[in-house]
Design a protein around this ligand. Structure first.
Ligand code: SF4
Length: 331
């Protein structure tokens, strides 16, 4: 770990000013991913700006029925919140599917959104990596790529976003609230993360100096029957091979509303809007769900070792939609 200076911000504005004054500084909240990266020399900031004591630790109900979740709310507090469990069960379950209880107690919502890929080449500085050092190469593209992307990858980077929580946030139309020198702005969650294209070093559309202050969960009746299905090599403390957040509302025997997003398949949480459009008005049966899964994976391009993810994702979609159509619960 390279030496750095440590400062503690007293307000969001103070944090932003400190960050703008030192472009090589990084914010630290829970630090559950950042400290690992510091120890591995992946990040070498001149300064850490501690934001962990800022007043961004509450969950409040807004007049329109939305929930505003402060960026420093712990993953545990969000997963256990009664409104979240009742109205956004797939969000609660996605969080509980990730990491360990100890990590969830410390990890923050903002930090979860900004965690970086777990591509093993990225974490090993003996290898080149375009995300770590732009222009150096992507050994994963031709190397061991079982965990890597099948959608939206580029020849510069085939990494996947590792977050479970973000898959649910993409599905429920969450909005990220950020603050910078030009004031506050809101970014729809589906537009927050980026595909790698030619700039895999940039994971998100956050601008320099901007700070995530909150995440807004809109009122969304369909989300009440939402489910989260995570498929992985072992049943705890493991990143997803693929995951699915799905919510479906059925009136009579027809689908009235639906949300569908996938994790472990792309550089960002992957919302399957074409599949959603197809499903509205269809019968809630296995044929419709099979066709929706085919649509969701239409553009998939497997690498040498991850072709299995295509069929695995299709099956996960069918199962998640079926369970949600039956009222939700544990998948
Ligand atoms: Fe680096 Fe991305 Fe390639 Fe992994 S997939 S080695 S993170 S450039």
């Amino acid at each position: 770990m390279k030496n750095f200076t440590y400062t503690r911000a007293v307000s969001p504005k103070d944090a932003i000013q400190k960050s703008v004054a030192d472009p090589d500084a990084l914010f630290i909240g829970g630090g559950t991913n950042l400290v690992d990266r510091l120890k591995a020399f992946l990040d070498q900031p001149s300064q850490l700006i501690d934001i962990s004591r800022l007043q961004m630790q509450s969950i409040e109900k807004l007049p329109n029925g939305a929930l505003r979740v402060g960026a420093l709310v712990s993953n545990t507090a969000l997963a256990d919140h009664p409104e979240v469990k009742r109205n956004y069960p797939m969000l609660s379950r996605s969080i509980l599917a990730g990491a360990s209880q100890q990590i969830r107690n410390v990890a923050t919502v903002g930090g979860n959104i900004l965690q970086r890929t777990r591509c093993s080449y990225y974490y090993d500085t003996a290898f080149a990596c375009n995300k770590r050092q732009p222009g150096s190469g992507c050994p994963a593209a031709t190397g061991i790529n079982r965990m890597h992307a099948i959608l939206g990858a580029s020849d510069q980077c085939v990494a996947v976003n590792p977050s479970d929580m973000c898959v649910a946030l993409a599905a429920i139309d969450a909005v990220v609230e950020v603050e910078g020198t030009r004031g506050k702005r809101q970014i729809p969650f589906v537009n927050f993360h980026r595909l790698p294209d030619n700039t895999p070093q940039q994971d998100s559309n956050l601008q320099p100096g901007e700070l995530i202050t909150a995440v807004i969960l809109p009122p969304l009746p369909v989300a009440k029957s939402g489910v989260y299905l995570k498929l992985r090599d072992r049943t705890s403390y493991s990143f997803a091979l693929v995951s699915v957040a799905a919510a479906i509302e059925v009136t009579g025997d027809k689908i009235k509303d639906v949300r569908l997003a996938m994790g472990g398949v792309a550089h960002k949480p992957w919302r399957a809007m074409d599949a959603e459009k197809y499903l509205v008005g269809k019968s809630a049966d296995i044929d419709s769900f099979t066709q929706a899964a085919n649509i969701a994976l239409q553009g998939a391009k497997p690498l040498a070792h991850n072709g299995f993810k295509i069929e695995m994702t299709k099956r996960a979609i069918r199962r998640a939609l079926m369970v949600s159509a039956q009222g939700g619960g544990i998948v």
